[in-house]
Design a protein around this ligand. Structure first.
Ligand SMILES: *[C@@H]1O[C@H](CO)[C@@H](O)[C@H](O)[C@H]1NC(C)=O
Ligand SMILES: *[C@@H]1O[C@H](CO)[C@@H](O)[C@H](O)[C@H]1NC(C)=O
Ligand SMILES: *[C@@H]1O[C@H](CO)[C@@H](O)[C@H](O)[C@H]1NC(C)=O
Length: 124
């Protein structure tokens, strides 16, 4: 009886560990936009933070970028516009809980949403 209980407890713990460590998805790519207070060519500047808010590494992170424009040049190694979508850090893997920042200038700001990514692990 005690042995069965121990076995079940271990199994439960193991399941929790496996689930807890790799339940990352596109939903864990969080994007925050704040006004920097500066103006570039008469357009307000926006600071964007894209965070991989989960323990697993994700790559090929794409954002919805329909109509995206900027009066401020954005380093294409951070964000490159490809038609209606934007590729983050050239599709390179972004480690768990790491963030990437960039700034752009336009009025009004764009609603940047994550549209796809590849979970590559490893999960920390
Ligand atoms: C990260 O995820 C946690 C839990 O879902 C949430 O409370 C937190 O606001 C997120 N952080 C960011 C920067 O979005
Ligand atoms: C916005 O980004 C610029 C350039 O990286 C930085 O100098 C500035 O402090 C940031 N402002 C805010 C409010 O985060
Ligand atoms: C990105 O911006 C956030 C919020 O301003 C800041 O906490 C973080 O340190 C920045 N990360 C990098 C890599 O510059």
């Amino acid at each position: 009886m005690a042995a069965t209980f121990t076995y079940l407890t271990s199994l439960l713990l193991l399941t929790l560990i496996i689930k807890g460590s790799c339940e990352c998805s596109l939903n864990n790519i969080n994007i925050g936009t704040t006004r920097s207070g500066r103006e570039i060519q008469g357009k307000p500047e926006w600071n964007v933070t894209v965070i991989n808010n989960c323990s697993c590494e994700q790559s090929h992170i794409k954002l919805s970028c329909k109509g995206f424009q900027s009066a401020e040049i954005i380093d294409p190694s951070i964000l490159s516009v490809e038609g209606d979508s934007c590729l983050l850090i050239k599709g390179s893997p972004m480690k768990g809980f790491k963030a990437v920042n960039f700034s752009y200038a336009w009025d009004p700001p764009f609603l940047l949403l994550p549209t796809s990514s590849v979970i590559v692990g490893p999960c920390s």
